[in-house]
Design a protein. Structure first.
Lengths: 244, 265, 251
């Protein structure tokens, strides 16, 4: 049962990864008993399953995902939301209001207008129709403050970390509220812009080095170093003020 | 693109039959549908011909007019082939400027005639760099029931063979028409054969419903000496090298058969 | 514009005007991921050819009625810049460009898993900035890389190369001069894993007996182009990997 690459090696569409006894995982396909890669990425094996962690892939909606999107159109009974996927998402008024929708009285643009950002959940999606959203759950709704960071959707699991280890550390070290959209958008909301900057810097590092090990420690170190340096600068400024 | 889609069951049946070397209308994989050729039906044109290939019907008219030569061939006449998929030929054809299908069709037919040097363009020069004769070959599809390419190429050849040029003399750099006609001399007789690949099998002359389920098509145009003068693969699928070579062998035979229908010795 | 003494395309030693042997490919330079806005992009220089390809998608189809219920709509626009050829070409799409847009799309379609993204469109743009023969082949080669760069799942890369006949000899990868003066020109596109020919065209006059060797030569050329495509993809991702490695070791 030959396997033609080592773990974490770079593979490309059409590269032969394994034969026969292996099972096809993410970003692979089988033809005539042979398994090939469909995307550029790092190949890996788990028991008898071969898969490729794509270096670049766009988000495909999945029911249950929390996503962050932007309102692009206000319609008669709902809003069209851009969720950075091949398909636009729909948020119906009935899935946004706690009470029944009253078309004559409710002014949709005053609830969400074009350009507003929302955190929502996907409640329905299949091959025949565009994804349907809801915000009728706690911690969903319009985004009013904070900064948005965009990462390749395939890196999102890394930002979360094993059992949430990475994101818990980020929240602790930066004191920010961090909301992760499965579609590659992350909302960072901190007490100060400086805190937000630290969090964003950390996320960027995670995205760049997603495929390396020991990342959680390195990111923690980086944040602490940045905070430490800042404190030094502040102290120096205080000192200079004193002498004058 | 909406079309006269065959019911799914029928499509399955066609594919199954082909896997066993049979076709729905009982033809063999290398058999053409019944072909009828009629030449000279449009008197106003210098040449014309109509081909019925099964229910596919194509009319070609040839007009010859004076015009300017191309800059890089000042001593040669001009050949221009145009194809129209007239709306009455199929519910899928819309009126309007030529789409990619009619352009592809015209260019394949054009290639066959041009590359085989069928028309002696150098004899169509009136005044070098200024005036030459332009041969307009206009392909008019009247009914689409599959394999427009072969029908159009055959009709174009028949129309050219039927083409008579008006006699003329050149006076003070102008063409003056004289009484009488001379047949347009043709040096070569290119014929096109189109294959469809269905379920990994090659069939010749696909009709409409076979075209709707084919993976890919391959057209080969061969001249009277067995030289290939044009090739065009079309469709969303592919051919293996073996299939291409197999098609070439069949094409050599079939083009000879088809040529005999048009060129009477 | 015919000269009294025409230069030979191939000399007695078998060397062509640009110094190549009969079965030699022109020098290729490929870069992947060079445009900022496109979802995927790539650039190729092959001899004097300079061609850019970009992909947008899968995305919503506009106009909506063109959407296919069971797969993505692959659209392709092959276009030559007005300054790409000797005599300025009008920017309006010519019949040739429309035919090439169609055959290039049909050359790439078998490689893309369009069935994964129903009701979307994948839009491919190929811009020829400078042309010197074999632009549709170079265009396919670079468009295939743009699709891979966009993260669109594919069965295999599609590599393309033309073979032809000049002065009685079968040659690989014709320049514009060779194409115009030669006896035959045959562009071919190929997916190696399936031994699949996805583009095949020819114009000229070729005796039936020489057909097989010309096809085989073009396929060999495609296999060489395929290796170069893979190297270009590798180069792009290795570059980012190296940068990461450096940072990691610095700490």
């Amino acid at each position: 049962m030959p396997v033609f690459y080592e773990r974490r090696q770079l593979v490309m569409p059409g590269d032969l990864l394994a034969e026969n006894d292996y099972m096809t995982g993410e970003n692979t396909y089988r033809e005539d008993g042979k398994i090939y890669a469909t995307r550029v990425g790092l190949v890996d094996y788990e028991e008898r399953r071969v898969f490729v962690v794509a270096l670049k892939a766009f988000y495909i909606p999945a029911v249950g995902d929390t996503i962050i999107g932007k309102v692009t159109e206000v319609g008669m009974s709902g809003w069209t939301i851009d969720i950075r996927a091949p398909y636009p998402a729909l948020l119906r008024a009935s899935d946004a209001l706690e009470r029944p929708f009253r078309p004559q009285q409710d002014d949709l643009p005053s609830i969400f207008d074009v350009g507003d950002l929302v955190i929502a959940k996907i409640v329905a999606y299949d091959r025949t129709r565009d994804p349907l959203l809801t915000i009728l759950e706690p911690s969903l709704g319009k985004i009013t403050r904070g900064q948005l960071v965009e990462v390749t959707p395939t890196k999102i699991p890394r930002v979360i970390g094993k059992k949430g280890s990475m994101i818990t550390m980020l929240k602790q070290e930066t004191g920010c509220q961090i909301t992760i959209g499965q579609n590659g958008l992350i909302l960072v909301s901190g007490k100060t812009p400086e805190d937000e900057r630290l969090a964003i810097m950390a996320i960027r590092k995670i995205e760049r080095e997603a495929h390396t090990s020991g990342l959680t420690d390195r990111v923690t170190e980086m944040i602490r170093k940045e905070k430490g340096e800042k404190e030094v600068v502040e102290n120096v400024t205080k000192e200079t003020r004193k002498t004058h | 693109m909406s079309s006269i889609m065959a019911a799914r069951i029928k499509k399955k049946r066609i594919a199954q039959l082909i896997a066993h070397g049979k076709r729905l209308d009982e033809r063999g994989p290398s058999d053409y549908r019944e072909i009828q050729i009629e030449a000279g039906l449009i008197e106003r044109a210098e040449g014309s011909a109509r081909v019925r290939l099964g229910k596919t019907e194509v009319l070609v008219g040839v007009k010859i007019e004076t015009g300017e030569p191309f800059l890089d061939t000042p001593n040669e006449g001009v050949l221009t082939v145009n194809a129209e998929l007239v709306p009455l030929a199929s519910p899928t054809f819309e009126a309007g400027p030529p789409d990619e299908n009619s352009i592809e069709l015209a260019r394949i037919v054009d290639r066959g005639i041009r590359e085989s040097k069928a028309i002696a363009l150098e004899t169509l020069c009136v005044e070098p760099g200024k005036t030459v004769f332009v041969v307009f070959v206009d392909v008019y599809v009247l009914n689409h029931d599959g394999n427009l390419i072969d029908a159009s190429a055959l009709a174009s050849l028949a129309a050219l063979l039927n083409t008579k040029m008006f006699n003329y003399e050149v006076k003070e750099g102008e063409v003056k028409i004289k009484p009488g006609y001379t047949p347009l001399p043709l040096r070569n007789h290119p014929v096109a054969v189109t294959f469809a690949k269905i379920n990994d099998k090659l069939i010749v002359d696909p009709w409409l419903e076979e075209e709707q389920i084919m993976d890919a098509r391959l057209t080969m145009t061969v001249d009277k000496d067995g030289k290939i003068c044009a090739l065009q693969k079309g469709g969303y699928g592919y051919f293996t090298t073996q299939q291409i070579f197999e098609a070439a062998k069949i094409a050599m035979e079939k083009t000879e058969e088809l040529r005999k229908l048009v060129v009477k010795e | 514009m015919s000269q009294k003494k025409q230069e030979k395309l191939i000399d007695e030693k078998g060397t062509r005007l640009d110094g190549r042997k009969v079965n030699e490919l022109r020098g290729l330079k490929i870069e992947v991921g060079i445009l900022g806005n496109a979802d995927g992009s790539a650039y190729i220089e092959q001899g004097k050819n300079k061609i850019l390809a970009a992909v947008y998608g899968p995305r919503e189809v506009h106009p909506k009625h063109l959407a296919l219920p069971d797969r993505a709509l692959l659209r392709c626009r092959y276009h030559m810049a007005p300054f790409s050829v000797q005599e300025r070409k009008s920017p309006a799409p010519s019949r040739r460009e429309m035919e090439l847009s169609k055959v290039i799309r049909e050359a790439l379609e078998p490689s893309v898993f369009t069935e994964y993204y129903p009701r979307t469109s994948i839009d491919l743009f190929i811009e020829v900035l400078q042309a010197d023969g074999g632009t549709r082949c170079a265009g396919i080669t670079v468009a295939s890389l743009a699709l891979a760069d966009a993260g669109i799942p594919m069965r295999d890369l599609v590599a393309a190369c033309a073979a032809g006949k000049i002065e009685g000899q079968i040659v690989l990868d014709l320049t514009d001069v060779e194409d115009k003066a030669g006896e035959a020109d045959m562009p071919l596109a190929y997916m190696p894993n399936a031994n699949a020919i996805t583009l095949l065209q020819m114009d000229g006059m070729l005796p039936g007996e020489e057909f097989e060797s010309m096809v085989n030569l073009a396929v060999e050329g495609c296999k060489q182009v395929y290796q170069l495509q893979k190297e270009a993809l590798k180069a792009k991702y290795m570059a980012s990997k190296e940068a990461v490695k450096e940072e990691a070791t610095e700490e």
